[in-house]
Design a protein around this ligand. Sequence first.
Ligand code: CA
Length: 282
Amino acid sequence: MPRPRKIVLDCDPGHDDAIALLVAHGCPEIELLAVTTVAGNQTLPKVTRNALGVARVGGITGVPFAAGCPRPLVRALHVARDIHGESGLDGPVLPEPTLAPDPRHAVDLIVETVLAHQPGEITLVPTGPLTNVAMAARKEPRIVERVAEVVLMGGAYRTGNRTPVVEFNIVVERITALGTAPARFVGELLTFFGGAYRAAQGFLAPPVHDPCPVAFVADPQVLTTRSAPLDVELSGTLTAGMTVADLRAPASPEFRTRLALELHRDRFWDLVVDALARIGDP
Ligand code: CA
């Protein structure tokens, strides 16, 4: 097996972030070097506490967890209470964290981690707002050339799934059947998350965004990608923050950005279940 890919997970747990964190921990193809938190799904103190609680559930030790930016750069913070609840991780009972947060600011931890490794060695996986990553690039522009990749789930999401409820239930059953504490925890997360999405947006099954980039780092075959110019709209009144991909031009290796076109669901969920099967005691 090739050497594991070293990642920094920058997250705002968040149900799907929590699953992303556990999957990153359970994937042998990934070495989790640092976890940083950013206000998003809930306030910074809440998402940081959630990340540390999830670390305890998954038995993650020896990894620094650092809190980062408490609000977006240019707008007010709007938390996603309707989807993630008052705690940001409603549903399962979260244990008291045993890890203490790292005293560094997340932005400094990102910069130091990237600079302490060889060029192309670190992959950033942001699963929350990009505030910490933007601040890190602003504070230390050398990291921009030095990271291998930034892999994120942003922009449009199409489920393209004919029977999401059936698939979702089967997935939760597969995960719960593992019988471990982290697997039960993820089952409870998905059950709450599914109910919240149904109530708030009428989805039959919740889009589980954040483990996708983690899975892609572990196994690029879970996504079909193509290179394309990608930009983020900064000034649109209705579209601010929207990712805009230009798919008119033929895919060129000169483009530095790639876009995911399709998620290979069976492969993805197999990877998630396999990762969860590797962590936790029965
Ligand atoms: Ca997230």
